[in-house]
Design a protein around this ligand. Structure first.
Ligand code: DOR
Ligand code: ZN
Ligand code: ZN
Length: 437
């Protein structure tokens, strides 16, 4: 099967080429020039930009166990709508993905339900290091240092150091951590007991909560030469911490909600914006942008954490933490190109090449001949107001509701197959589990 994307702006890592791109047997066969491939389907992409499909290395697709919030089909359709062609799913499902059996059954669910490519994390329990080392095909190991959705933490201090040490010492896998200090969180919760303002979330889980845990993980990783990845980095303090370690063994990601909102947005959106780690100050947001622009943070991942709107509106203490994001991250970053925050190559670097490099994903993340034809075709000039009603995610809402965004994906290809066109899902073909280099 052959397809030619005609007359496009082809976004390569260092340059943009103008011309055609040939897809053959699911791979990118030829990039650039005028391609005449007999028998190929031609798609006119005049004035459109062709990017590698986004790799979202941090999603919660909720299956098994919380399918009323999201499942592999709805989550992956949301991904396609947003130009995302690969997702990595977190283990805080029900049951948690922490054993060989639960990994196997989640893999079966993803294979059956996912329209995009996927990778799976295993959760660390402190007792499953052998499972971790024996598991085939996982993208990494997830460690929750602080309590969050679906994660109760019995004894925050003693067990944690031992677990981290063991992981860094005994496995070569990427150890992705949710870095928040549980002891401080518990103390601050007592302080703010009885208060109801959503703003207290950013005080209970303040920058010291994140920094303390991140520093602890970094120190143990360094000591035992481990491979640490810090999820959803959100503070200026953590950026400064990371700046001291420029090697590839310590990496981090930023979530879009920490780039596009600050604590002042609680006033309008309330508990809808409750997430862990929480919203931060303008100074923190500026530091995150700077680190992404100068390349010291290599990637963005959404932490797509769908909860129903009615759950989110329960009041501060009962509202679950987390916001959806898989559908919006590419449009938001394309808009930031118009705002002159990033250029298009930086967008591709942060959403495609960065995650592929950090996790060692094979054959993905850039437009290169022989790589998988996972592609997003974008209309940089399309202007659209975001509406909850248009959201594909089962949760049915987005924190970006009402925002005007310029730059949208209009086609998404997975493995050379057109899956999304103008917001509609046009194929039911399933994605595949990623391979690692
Ligand atoms: O806000 C969050 N929501 N942070 C997490 O770490 C988990 C996530 C979820 O699964 O809902
Ligand atoms: Zn997390
Ligand atoms: Zn998460």
């Amino acid at each position: 099967m052959k397809t030619v994307l005609k007359n496009a702006h082809l976004v390569l890592p260092e340059e943009t080429k103008h011309g055609d791109l040939l897809i053959e047997d699911g791979l990118i066969a030829t990039i650039g020039g005028s391609i005449d491939a007999p028998g190929a389907e031609e798609i006119d992409c005049s004035d459109k930009w062709v990017l590698p499909g986004v790799i979202d290395a941090h999603v919660h697709f909720r299956s098994p166990g919380y399918e009323y919030k999201e499942d592999w089909e709805t989550g992956s359709k949301a991904a396609l709508a947003g130009g995302v062609t690969t997702v990595f799913d977190m283990p805080n499902t029900k049951p948690q993905t922490t054993t060989a059996e639960t990994l196997k059954s989640k893999r079966a669910l993803a294979r059956k339900g996912s329209l995009v490519n996927f990778g799976l994390f295993l959760g660390a329990t402190g007792e499953n290091i052998d499972v971790i080392n024996e598991a085939e095909g996982i993208v990494g190991v997830k460690v929750y240092m602080g309590q969050t959705t679906g994660q109760e933490i019995a004894d925050p201090d003693e067990a944690l150091d031992t677990m981290l040490r063991d992981l860094f010492e005994r496995t070569h896998r990427v150890i992705a951590v949710h870095a928040e200090d549980e002891t401080q969180i518990r103390k601050h919760m007592k302080t703010y007991k009885g208060e109801e303002f959503p703003e207290i979330h950013s005080l209970i889980r303040n920058d010291s909560v994140a920094y303390t845990a991140a520093r602890r993980a970094v120190h143990i990783a360094k000591k035992y030469s481990g491979r640490l990845h810090i999820c959803h980095l959100s503070t200026k303090k953590e950026v400064a911490l990371l700046a001291k370690y420029t090697d590839d063994n310590i990496t981090a990601e930023v979530a879009p909600h920490h780039l596009f909102f600050t604590v002042s947005d609680y006033a309008q959106r309330g508990t809808l914006l409750k997430m862990n780690p929480p919203l931060r100050s303008h100074a923190d947001v500026d530091a995150l942008w700077e680190a992404l622009i100068d390349g010291s943070i290599p990637m963005i991942a959404t932490d797509h954490a769908p909860h129903l709107k009615k759950e989110k509106l329960r009041g501060y203490w009962d509202a679950p933490a987390g916001v959806p994001g898989v559908e919006m991250v590419l449009p938001l970053l394309l808009d930031s190109v118009h705002e002159k925050m990033l250029d298009i190559h930086q967008v591709v670097s942060l959403l495609c090449e960065g995650p592929a490099r950090v996790y060692g994903v094979k054959n993905k993340g850039r437009l290169r001949e022989g790589y998988d034809a996972d592609l997003a075709v974008v209309d940089m000039d399309m202007m659209r107001t975001v509406h909850n009603e248009r959201v594909m995610s089962k949760c049915g809402w987005t924190p970006y509701d009402g925002m005007d965004v310029r730059g949208w994906p209009i086609m998404t290809f997975v493995g050379g197959r057109l899956m999304m066109e103008n917001g509609s899902i046009v194929s039911g073909h399933n994605g595949r589990e990623v391979e690692l280099v």
